[in-house]
Design a protein around this ligand. Structure first.
Ligand code: BG6
Length: 478
């Protein structure tokens, strides 16, 4: 197993999940401040107000990353920290924060991978025109992206555009603020995705125009989908599921077209996006240099009868962390239905644990599109325990990551150019769906959902393990 010498090792976070300081130094609210305020009231999950308080601890955090041996760090920029109203004059204190962060990373030999947008649209734009529901957002995103790419472009080579369009379609009310009256209108999920495709293409073009050595790609939430059985009907169901959940996105990024099979399905059910003349030409012009992959779990599909008593459903959620409490599986009568994979164990939140899926998807995607790939998320959400001697023995995390890194190595051995491995997450942070008690980090943050305490940092066992992995360039996984 040979990771190339230039391979980048690090981890990821996103702005609203890690920074805190949600209203400090001139930052405007984002839609996640509002969504997570509701989560707190409804489910007792922490708000986005303090999270891991990285805004105040960033120097300490970068030092810890350097101690682990990181050569890269993927983070996102908060649009509403730079532009509190979404548009207009930039907020100098916000601009300065990301300069300080990038400078600290570079001083420690850590290459930044910057995500332009990770679920946190400025709330002002939601109030003004409905946010992602309105095409105006594409124009405002362009102005924001142009500013960011110009401002930080001399220090940042690697850019990812919009985090996980596929997941936004599935879980749209957690990722976008959608007023109740629109929540039954599923076509809007695909309309939002279309606007994001335009924004993505614009961002690709901006990086290519403004950053001489710049490389850009989307960060997609990706799950390979296997058929439940070898019955041809299940095989076809898995093909349909891959069309709609995977190729529908990747064909846009690499071919500039909507996947025909998926688009026909959406048209038949009144779900297809409205496309304005010129949109597809713009999408085609925005070429990607690589694809960033967020991989946690594979999916499984079976044939689904075309039964008029069934209706289209999108993915369910496990809110509690009790295995089996997932509220449902994506269903498209006559097309496919997702289901539990009987061959795989799951996390406490019902996400299938599938390291082979990592090798499978890297090889499959590379064969289809022949572009370099990077892993920008991968990891296990777990309830960690802080012992009385203030240690965290997270062997389950080490086991999960070890097998997934092994699978990345096997894909590299099979000829796939993988540029980086950035698991989720560098440090504990606010989960998008389950508060702070669902932890992912190498660095423990001592806080609870209801009490941010001092957000003290503590190295987990996985911290020391990953340090060894990095220093051996992936050869020592024990
Ligand atoms: C990815 C997101 O979907 O999964 C992250 O890009 C997110 O923002 C991660 O935190 C894990 O999901 P969750 O819901 O467990 O936080």
């Amino acid at each position: 197993m040979a990771f190339p010498k230039t391979f980048l090792w690090g981890a990821s976070t996103s702005a609203y999940q890690v920074e805190g300081a949600a209203t400090e130094d001139g930052k405007g609210l984002s839609q996640q401040d509002i969504i997570n305020q509701e989560n707190f009231t409804k489910r007792g999950f922490a708000t986005a107000e303090v999270t891991s308080d990285h805004y105040h601890h960033y120097e300490e955090d970068v030092k810890l990353m350097a101690e682990m041996g990181f050569t890269t760090y993927r983070f996102s920029i908060s649009w509403s920290r730079l532009f509190p109203e979404g548009v207009g004059e930039p907020n100098a204190a916000g601009v300065a924060f990301y300069h300080r962060l990038i400078d600290a990373l570079k001083a420690n030999g850590i290459e930044p991978i910057v995500t332009l947008y990770h679920y946190d649209l400025p709330w002002a734009l939601v109030e003004k025109y409905g946010g992602w529901l309105n095409r105006q957002v594409v124009t405002d995103f362009e102005a924001y992206a142009r500013f960011v790419i110009k401002e930080y472009g001399s220090d940042v080579i690697y850019w990812t555009t919009i985090n996980e369009q596929s997941i936004i379609v599935q879980y749209w009310t957690q990722k976008c603020y959608i007023p109740d009256k629109y929540q039954s209108q599923d076509q809007l999920r695909f309309q939002i995705n279309h606007y994001m495709n335009l924004a993505h293409a614009i961002a690709c073009n901006l990086v290519h125009d403004l950053v001489p050595e710049g490389k850009v790609g989307a960060a997609i939430g990706y799950a390979p989908i296997y058929p439940l059985t070898s019955a041809p009907a299940d095989q076809l169901a898995a093909l349909n599921a891959n069309d709609l959940r995977n190729w529908y996105y990747l064909d846009i990024y690499f071919k500039g077209i909507y996947n025909e099979g998926a688009l026909r399905y959406l048209k038949t059910h009144g779900l297809a996006p409205d496309i304005t003349p010129g949109d597809m030409a713009l999408i085609k012009s925005g070429t990607s240099d690589f694809l960033a992959l967020n991989y946690y779990a594979s999916e499984c599909a079976k044939a689904c009868p075309d039964d008029s008593k069934m209706s289209i459903q999108f993915s369910g959620v496990n809110w509690s962390g009790k295995k089996g409490a997932i509220s449902g599986y994506e269903t498209h009568p006559g097309y496919f239905q997702l289901c539990k994979n009987p061959s795989l164990d799951t996390t406490d939140w019902d996400w299938a644990i599938d390291p082979d899926g990592m090798e499978y998807l890297l090889r499959d995607i590379y064969t289809r599109y022949n572009k370099p790939l990077m892993i920008t998320e991968n990891g296990i959400g777990a309830f960690d325990t802080l012992t009385t001697d203030r240690r965290i023995h997270d062997n389950y995390r080490i086991d999960y990551l070890r097998e997934h890194i092994r699978a990345v190595g096997q894909a590299i051995d099979a000829g796939v150019p993988v540029l980086a491995y950035c698991p989720w997450s560098a440090i504990d942070l606010l989960s998008t769906s389950n508060g702070v008690k669902k932890r992912y980090g190498f660095i423990y943050v001592d806080r609870t959902d209801s009490d941010p305490r001092q957000a003290e940092r503590i190295r987990k066992d996985s911290f020391y393990w990953y340090q060894k992995v990095i220093s051996s360039n992936g050869t020592d996984l024990n």
